[in-house]
Design a protein around this ligand. Sequence first.
Ligand SMILES: *[C@@H]1O[C@H](CO)[C@@H](O)[C@H](O)[C@H]1NC(C)=O
Ligand SMILES: *[C@@H]1O[C@H](CO)[C@@H](O)[C@H](O)[C@H]1NC(C)=O
Ligand SMILES: *[C@@H]1O[C@H](CO)[C@@H](O)[C@H](O)[C@H]1NC(C)=O
Ligand SMILES: *[C@@H]1O[C@H](CO)[C@@H](O)[C@H](O)[C@H]1NC(C)=O
Ligand SMILES: *[C@@H]1O[C@H](CO)[C@@H](O)[C@H](O)[C@H]1NC(C)=O
Ligand SMILES: *[C@@H]1O[C@H](CO)[C@@H](O)[C@H](O)[C@H]1NC(C)=O
Ligand SMILES: *[C@@H]1O[C@H](CO)[C@@H](O)[C@H](O)[C@H]1NC(C)=O
Length: 344
Amino acid sequence: MAEDICLFTKGTLIIKPPKKSPASLRMLVLVFAMVCGVYICSVCLKQTNLRNSTKYLNVEVNQIYCQDKNIDKSQTPFLHFPKPTTFTRGECACNPVRLFAILSMQRSGSGWFETLLNSHTNVSSNGEIFSSKERRSNVSSIFSTLDRVYNLDWFNSASKNECSAAVGFKWMLNQGLMVHHKEIVEYFNDRGVSVIFLFRRNLLRRMVSVLANSYDRFAKLLNGTHKSHVHSHEEANTLSRYKPLINSTSLVMDLKMMEKMALDALENFSSTRHIILYYEDLIKNRTKLVDVQKFIGVPKMELTSRQVKIHKGSLSEHIMNWEDVNKTLRGTIYESFLQTDYSH
Ligand SMILES: *[C@@H]1O[C@H](CO)[C@@H](O)[C@H](O)[C@H]1NC(C)=O
Ligand SMILES: *[C@@H]1O[C@H](CO)[C@@H](O)[C@H](O)[C@H]1NC(C)=O
Ligand SMILES: *[C@@H]1O[C@H](CO)[C@@H](O)[C@H](O)[C@H]1NC(C)=O
Ligand SMILES: *[C@@H]1O[C@H](CO)[C@@H](O)[C@H](O)[C@H]1NC(C)=O
Ligand SMILES: *[C@@H]1O[C@H](CO)[C@@H](O)[C@H](O)[C@H]1NC(C)=O
Ligand SMILES: *[C@@H]1O[C@H](CO)[C@@H](O)[C@H](O)[C@H]1NC(C)=O
Ligand SMILES: *[C@@H]1O[C@H](CO)[C@@H](O)[C@H](O)[C@H]1NC(C)=O
């Protein structure tokens, strides 16, 4: 075979009539040299690529092996086949896994939202992992934490690792997220992490919740333990008995700052694959949860949570200086926050 090729090349060289046109021969040699050059270059490049990516070789082999199944090719960047170091995925080794992060602010319903997600057999949302200052102290610490979570090597009570089809966690905007937004966006886009923004429309209600929660941190109204989320109406009633006093002097400024923080996050993370959710919409319209499941690519299921809302009904019952607050917000762009926006 090798000989044949040699003969063939020799033959073509001999066949060429050398005298006919020296210019075209020169042209031929030039083209040949160029083709050779390009070929050698491409081989070199391939080799350096190979050297750089040996670290990921296992992942890629696994990915190629698993992708024989009929998978929508446009989804490829978002599908992962992690090989956890702490366990084997067993029967689900070739089920693709999608990565997500819930970006939110404290007291915006993200705890409740996460219990809903975790009621799904194939979703594993790992909580507020960056509440630990050490994990967010620098970008490399953030990345190694993310790597562990997305490789399914993070364990908490919510983990359902073997057959997880979507893995993520919740991340508050003030937990290093905005400080390192450039690097984090790059990581999200490189790894194909989908972003779920979860905000609250009524920022006055959020403020009441923040103040009441921080009061309970030391008051510990429920039999001497501090609780941020409750599972019974009795507990909810106990917690909502405390009515915070709102500083009406700084109120409009404070609301503006909260609003700006959310808008900044939307702007800074706009290049990621994302969906924007509002707590109020989720409460009013449970079919929004179908959109969420579609977005993170898991089979549709009925999602449930045992959590009970703490501050129900009209806000006037939950604020000590209601008259004052009512007067302050009337005529401002935040006037609508005064109204009751859901009835239970
Ligand atoms: C990043 O933070 C971790 C944990 O606080 C620390 O151990 C590590 O030395 C830091 N790395 C750099 C490059 O600063
Ligand atoms: C969801 O989990 C079940 C087992 O709990 C598994 O049989 C199924 O394949 C998983 N679905 C996906 C899409 O990974
Ligand atoms: C406090 O504890 C008592 C007895 O353990 C229990 O009956 C009661 O329901 C608890 N109250 C709250 C608000 O959790
Ligand atoms: C209310 O806010 C104003 C303006 O920020 C501040 O000067 C004042 O001390 C605050 N009052 C209380 C009771 O915190
Ligand atoms: C991030 O948001 C801030 C505030 O809106 C803005 O000044 C900055 O340009 C944004 N950066 C990117 C990369 O979007
Ligand atoms: C509920 O949400 C679904 C999905 O987002 C939407 O199509 C529908 O119009 C909403 N229904 C109401 C009453 O808002
Ligand atoms: C706010 O104050 C006005 C005027 O006193 C009153 O008519 C209105 O009902 C109050 N709004 C609420 C939500 O209590």
